[in-house]
Design a protein around this ligand. Structure first.
Ligand code: GLA
Length: 385
């Protein structure tokens, strides 16, 4: 191991890492899927690297609450052994258990939401030994600010007597990055990610590509840090529509932006190549860096973008993303990016490079490196190197 990962926890010191069902399984999962995922997180060596959360998304519950207790009822066909049993299994593997609900009357697929039932639901989840809550934003009253609904659940979680990581899924509405940190631990900054890099063909309202999410996050990247994290949405690595280079870019940027890293693919079927992306320890080190400072965008041209930011120990990370449709050649001179001219460690090739040299970056690939000298702040520009 090149570094010691600090596992995220409520009031998290570093972005949470783990798995979420939605991107790959939508509503087609059950307790076997979840147990197998927990097994694979351990077997594939992902848990050891810090991927510890096993999070259910929408679709785990029945359409009606229990008429007497008013509690949410897990779907007995999907979860015949019950949620506490599932949580115990996940915890027995040294992992953590995450669940999903909604701040409106219904979840996004129309199942019961938590609005008006915050205390009952928080108590139920604490009893099931839940460690993480993703809290969505569907079926909400138009005249009620999101902060009111999210605070109601935040307070209920505090009163429930168990630390639960609180992930606000309010899609970047109402400038959630400005108030999210007073209520929760992370906040979604955009609509839903899809497995596309550039544009989403036939987008269905809320859907976003990797490049679209980068545009949304660029002006607010600085909000990720000491008091919580901008959530750029769950990972698509492994789901098959993007190229190897595009998945590298997606993963490198999400890590450097200090976003939660929640795997969204079927771990029983993942390829060695895709796994090698998720297991890059240098990239994970940047994500889990104790300084908790996001990269920000320094240069944007039609062909490439440069992002950089500080790391602990007087180091800096730099990412150069080829957003064009052909291979690019760049005469790299770190001084021109406002950075020091120390040596660079390329986190993907594991080579040490000098600060002035020629780089070739494949279509939609990212050059990502760590420099052993401090970060200097410069404003975003569109200057050409
Ligand atoms: C919303 C969220 C997604 C997912 C779905 C589930 O669209 O943004 O991440 O949780 O709901 O229905």
């Amino acid at each position: 191991m090149l570094f010691t990962l600090v596992h995220a926890r409520p009031g998290a010191t570093t972005p949470p890492m783990g798995f979420n069902t939605w991107n790959r399984f939508k509503c087609s999962y059950n307790e076997t899927t979840i147990m197998q995922t927990a097994d694979e997180l351990v077997n594939l060596g992902l848990a050891q690297l810090g991927y510890t959360y096993v999070n259910l998304d929408d679709c785990w519950l029945l359409p009606e609450r229990d008429p007497t207790t008013k509690r949410m009822v897990p779907d007995p066909k999907k979860f015949p052994s019950g949620m506490k049993h599932l949580a115990d299994y996940i915890h027995s593997k040294g992992l953590k258990f995450g669940i999903y609900s909604d701040s409106g009357t219904n979840t996004c697929v129309g199942l019961p939401g938590s609005r008006g039932f915050e205390e009952i639901d928080a108590e139920t989840w604490a009893e099931w030994t839940v460690d993480y809550l993703k809290y969505d934003n569907c079926y909400t009253p138009e005249d009620e600010p999101a902060i009111v609904r999210y605070k109601a659940m935040g307070d209920a979680l505090k009163n429930a007597g168990r630390p639960i990581f609180f992930s606000l899924c309010s899609w970047g509405l109402e400038n959630v990055w400005e108030w999210g940190q007073t209520i929760g631990d992370s906040w979604r900054i955009s609509g839903d990610i899809t497995d596309y890099f550039e544009t989403v063909p036939n987008p269905d309202g809320n859907q976003q590509s990797v490049l679209q999410i980068l545009e949304t996050i660029a002006p607010i990247a600085d909000f990720s840090g000491d008091n919580g994290f901008n959530d750029a949405d769950m990972l698509e690595v492994g789901n098959g529509r993007m190229s190897y280079e595009e998945y590298k870019t997606h993963f490198s940027l999400w890590a450097a932006l200090k976003s939660p890293l929640l795997i969204g693919t079927d771990l029983t079927k993942i390829s060695e190549r895709d796994l090698s992306i998720l297991k890059n320890e240098h990239v994970l080190e940047v994500n889990q860096d104790r300084l908790r400072k996001s990269v920000t965008r320094k240069i944007k041209t039609a062909k490439y973008q440069v992002w950089s930011g500080p790391l602990e120990g007087g180091r800096t990370t730099i990412l150069i993303v080829n957003v064009s449709k052909s291979k690019i050649k760049i005469s790299l001179d770190l001084g021109l990016f406002g950075l020091c001219r120390g040596t660079l460690f390329d986190v993907w090739t594991e080579q040490t490079l000098s600060a002035i040299q020629d780089l070739e970056i494949e279509v939609h690939d990212t050059f990502m490196a760590i420099l052993r000298c401090p970060f200097l702040q410069v404003q975003e520009s569109d200057s050409i190197i």
